[in-house]
Design a protein around this ligand. Structure first.
Ligand code: P6P
Length: 341
């Protein structure tokens, strides 16, 4: 609510478009389509406990992960809505082996492609914890009028035009970033519109929360173990010991980090040398959002957004959040000798 008036997502994106005379409104239209898909998914998530939509689909996805019924519904919804968009040439999804190129003339002449994790954190569906849809929007590099190519979907995060997520939590919010700013919109269910509720989100440079699956500690590097000890060391003047918060849903953990500050990590470990999270539709969009809000995102040695993808479903370690906390974590992780406290 700004100056007592609700600003809808559409009104906001139109205002933003007006700032760029050369803008065509295609990106705004694509964001509207993604928001529509989010509203449809939200409808099913909100009543999941009452309809036969909970539980497992009975098959596994390209990741070898058991698909939840809502995963499949969310994936199908996004593919269908974006196929009918006039601004999307094709998609890639966590749930699909390969990218999908839309063949109708409108789509083939569209200049954007979209990658998404349709329902991240789906293991939380049955226990009613926050889950989310994560999306990335790139300008295609293949020729307009032709089919999309793999290269369209293997661009580094630094080439992103926009990225965002929809979090199905205590309220349903859509947060998206361009290189200019990060803004959050809360779904007002009585009018079915996402309305501006968190203008110009900035990540605090420092925070008091560290977030990771501490159950993996025995498999971490010595540097990573040293950093965890640092987090738990009681240094009141530096706000330590930090609090540990971990939902096991990247969107939930990252949304808290974006709003309150802190650091979220999914490091490499002995059994997962590249960590668990996927570069193209989890880490890159989240890194784009967090860095646009003034935070940092690294794989431990390189800015996430600078990584040149080689495979659609590749995984990367991730350290993301408040700039100063990420810097401190990397000091420990990359130390050649034990960092003093
Ligand atoms: P773990 C959910 O399955 C997910 O992809 C992310 O949303 C989440 O951050 C991570 O995996 C949780 O993984 O190994 O801690 O259960």
């Amino acid at each position: 609510m700004l100056q007592g008036k609700l600003i809808t997502l559409d009104e906001f994106t139109i205002q933003e478009t007006r700032k760029f005379p050369q803008a065509t409104g295609e990106l705004s239209s694509l964001l509207r389509d993604i928001a529509l898909a989010g509203k449809v998914i939200n409808k099913h998530v909100r009543k999941a406990g009452l309809s036969d939509i909970l539980g497992k689909q009975g098959n596994t996805n390209v990741q070898g992960e058991e698909q939840m019924k809502l995963d499949v519904l969310a994936n199908d919804t996004l593919i269908h809505v974006l196929k009918n968009s006039t601004d999307c040439a094709g998609i890639a999804s966590e749930e699909n082996d390969d990218h999908v190129s839309y063949e109708d003339t409108f789509s083939a002449n569209s200049k954007y492609v979209v990658l998404f994790d349709p329902l991240d954190g789906s293991s939380n569906i049955d226990v009613n914890a926050s889950i989310g849809t994560i999306f990335s929007i790139y300008r295609r590099v293949s020729e307009l009028g032709k089919q999309c190519t793999e290269a369209d979907f293997l661009q580094p995060g630094s080439k992103l035009m926009a990225a965002g997520y929809i979090i199905y939590g205590s309220s349903t919010m859509m947060v998206y970033a361009t290189k200019i700013s990060v803004n959050g919109f809360t779904l007002e269910p009585t009018i079915g519109e996402f309305c501006l509720s968190h203008p110009n989100i900035r990540v605090p440079e420092n925070g008091k929360i560290y977030s990771l699956n501490q159950g993996n500690t025995v498999k971490f590097s010595e540097g990573m173990k040293a950093y965890l000890n640092y987090c738990m060391e009681s240094k009141k003047e530096e706000g330590r010991p930090y609090s540990h918060r971990y939902i096991g849903s990247m969107v939930g953990d990252l949304h808290r980090t974006l709003i309150k500050g802190g650091i979220f990590m999914y490091p490499a470990d002995k059994s997962s040398p590249n960590g668990k999270l996927r570069l193209q539709y989890e880490c890159n969009p989240m890194a784009f959002i967090v860095e646009a809000a003034g935070g940092s995102a690294s794989n431990g040695t390189q800015d996430i957004l600078d990584i040149q993808p080689t495979e659609l479903h590749q995984r990367v370690p991730v350290f993301i959040g408040s700039k100063n906390m990420v810097a401190k974590a990397l000091e420990f992780v990359n130390a050649t000798e034990v960092v003093t406290q």
